[in-house]
Design a protein around this ligand. Sequence first.
Ligand SMILES: *Cc1c(COP(=O)(O)O)cnc(C)c1O
Length: 340
Amino acid sequence: MTMPQCLIDLRSDTVTRPTTGMRRAMAEAAVGDDVYGDDPTVNRLQALAAGRFGFEGALFFPTGTQSNLAALMAHCGRGDEYLVGQDAHTYKYEQGGAAVLGSIQPQPLTNAADGSIALESIAAAIKPADIHFARTRLLALENTIGGRVLPPAYVRGATRLARERGLATHLDGARLFNAIVRQGGDERAAVDGFDSVSLCLSKGLGAPAGTLLLGRAPFIDAARRWRKALGGGMRQAGILAAAGLYALEHHVARLEEDHANAARLAAGLRALGLDAPAPQTNILWVAVPPAAVDGLRARLAAAGILASVDTQTRLVTHLDVSRDDVDAAVAAFGAHFHGG
Ligand SMILES: *Cc1c(COP(=O)(O)O)cnc(C)c1O
């Protein structure tokens, strides 16, 4: 067996490494102590993001998990409740941090196949003012969710319903830029109706770390307090913010390439007879027969391809996956399923 020349990492878009240009921007960043509000590069990134998305303020966090948690804690107090999709990152993939660390009760609701939560379920889950119930304060949505873009008309309907019922709204937009690029690039339209938005710089945008939380000024002040309590008050964070600025400038429009590569990968897998629906963004899913899981994992690894192989295998394209890499991955799947 020949050793792979190089790794093709399809596990996640978190695996990207900073490019040469990004590293240069980081090395040259002007810095200060951000807990004192003194870091000029962090301040520049926050002002840029707030301006681009039409929010009063923005706050730089080390991770998306911390940004979401601080947002939930700024919106909800102890004994309050937030409505959230059963499949949402804040509910399912953050160890229940809102409940564990924020004393906020989640009310999980079923996500439909397109990632939305039925408006009737949202309406029905809002609890009346009654001493028996937690106070329903917030609706949290996620876009993209599992690589799917929430339909804009749905987002409008859900945020309007929340507002009419007195709920705040939070958007976990870890991969919102993928949705924006897919929909033609209107950043403000994508966040319209939300009180707060969390945007990861460390996924498809390719920064080594960093997430931005957007909101009104009093909300950002509250989130800044929680960020400090949660251990996210960083000092010369401009080194990281410089990577974020670089990413916002150079790595947004190119997400289109990741989407094209994901579509090419799915088409290649379908041509092999596999069930791999066309993706909307940079995440695709392929069904793998249970008996083939272990063998396929080994075959891909031998070809230098890293993937989270399971009966529903998630494959993710990003900055460090080229069109040739996609073709190599299709060839490795082909070798497994059709001999060779
Ligand atoms: C990655 C991700 C986060 C946060 O992730 P961190 O690894 O903590 O930065 C939050 N929500 C969604 C949907 C994500 O994909």
